[in-house]
Design a binder for this molecule. Structure first.
Ligand code: SAM
Length: 207
């Protein structure tokens, strides 16, 4: 959503609601120092929020959409974080060259609300590439809605899934069981599943 601020900042309303609970879980899962690579950063509102909340970390946002990258950079400037936060990387999760684009190795990868709004190749790429880029003990944090053993966990998730599939047949709420299996195949070890507000979950793995 255009912010109406007169610059390139976009507003994604859900980030206002979920930034605090997501940040609370991240505070327990992320390392205390180092570079965090956020995949699918969207508007950049999460990125600047978490950079301010975790000043010892370097928050590297990314998104394949040039409009989103411009929004991220505009939020960084607006929040006066240009000396701390790198500019957004224009990165598709399926790109093979994550490592080459980073200024330093990532200690953790974070993806918020990506899996249901992209095709399954993006889910497999997220796990394969995270396993390739993270050091041993590095963390992957994935937030979003999930079904469990093929069943939706709420009516709202069921209708959200139907609306996603109506927009794009390759999108849809992912099944936790399939996601866990895929992560395991990529060499990641499940660390935690946290139930979040609005029937979302944060799932974390370590490499
Ligand atoms: C629902 S938005 C979530 C944005 C942000 N993480 C948030 O929670 O507000 C989904 C984001 O995924 C990005 N995206 C879609 N396909 C992608 C891909 N193949 N690789 C990386 N990001 C992708 C979109 O550009 C968009 O910014």
């Amino acid at each position: 959503m255009n912010s109406g601020f007169g610059d390139e900042r976009l507003i994604f309303p859900a980030t206002q609601r979920n930034r605090i609970p997501i940040g609370d879980v991240l505070s327990q899962q992320l390392p205390s120092k180092g570079l965090i690579l956020e995949i699918a950063s969207g508007s950049g509102e999460h990125g600047v929020t978490f950079q301010k909340r975790f000043p010892e970390l370097t928050w590297q946002c990314s998104d394949p959409d040039p409009e989103h990258c411009r929004s991220i950079d505009s939020w960084i400037r607006h929040e006066q974080l240009t000396l701390k936060m790198p500019a957004a990387l224009q990165l598709d999760v399926r790109d093979k060259g994550w490592l080459k684009q980073l200024t330093e190795p990532a200690q953790a990868v974070v993806a918020i609300n990506l899996l249901h709004i992209s095709d399954w190749n993006c889910t497999t790429a997220l796990f394969t590439q995270s396993a390739a880029v993270l050091p041993s003990g590095g963390t992957l944090c994935v937030y979003g809605p999930f079904s469990v053993d093929g069943h939706h966990i709420s009516e709202s998730n069921r209708s959200f899934d139907a609306s996603l599939r109506g927009r794009n047949p390759d999108w849809g709420v992912r099944d936790q069981t399939s996601v866990l299996k895929q992560a395991c195949t990529a060499g990641l070890t499940l660390q935690n599943i946290t139930l979040m507000p609005a029937k979302n979950r944060m799932i974390t793995w370590v490499r």
